[in-house]
Design a protein around this ligand. Structure first.
Ligand SMILES: [Zn+2]
Length: 131
């Protein structure tokens, strides 16, 4: 994996290309929670393969979100859009919203980042390699 040949116990040289594939880029995962919306967050999560970002509140709660150091789902989606992430999931919702009302948060996020989805703790999400 370090690009070096090794010699096995029989004295046979094993070259890297005999056992590993071509170089490929890694995968970037970003998790953002418990923060107010800051445009600069997009720089930190730029190009993520997967961004999981809190989207605690719906539109109209921007002031409350800022005061509580949280953000709206639309603000979360704005980060995803500005950071050109490949996938984005919302998480960390206010308990004021029931499951059905969470779809409102999702719809508001999707107006900015159409591929946004709702996620929850312990959910598994595949992050494929970009070939
Ligand atoms: Zn929190």
């Amino acid at each position: 994996q370090r690009g070096e040949s090794v010699v096995n116990e029989d004295g046979i040289e094993i070259k890297p290309e005999q056992v590993v594939g071509k170089n490929r880029s890694g995968r970037k995962f970003s998790f953002v929670t418990d923060t107010m919306y800051l445009p600069s967050i997009a720089k930190e999560v730029k190009g993520s393969d997967l961004l999981i970002c809190e989207g605690m509140f719906a539109d109209g709660c921007e002031d409350q979100a800022k005061e509580k150091k949280h953000m709206t789902s639309r603000q979360a989606a704005t980060i995803a859009r500005d950071a050109d992430v490949l996938r984005m999931g919302l998480i960390h919702y206010s308990p004021r919203y029931n499951d059905k009302e969470l779809n409102v948060l999702l719809e508001q996020a999707q107006q900015v980042y159409p591929e946004a989805r709702l996620t929850k703790d312990r959910m598994r999400i595949e992050i494929p390699y970009v070939e």
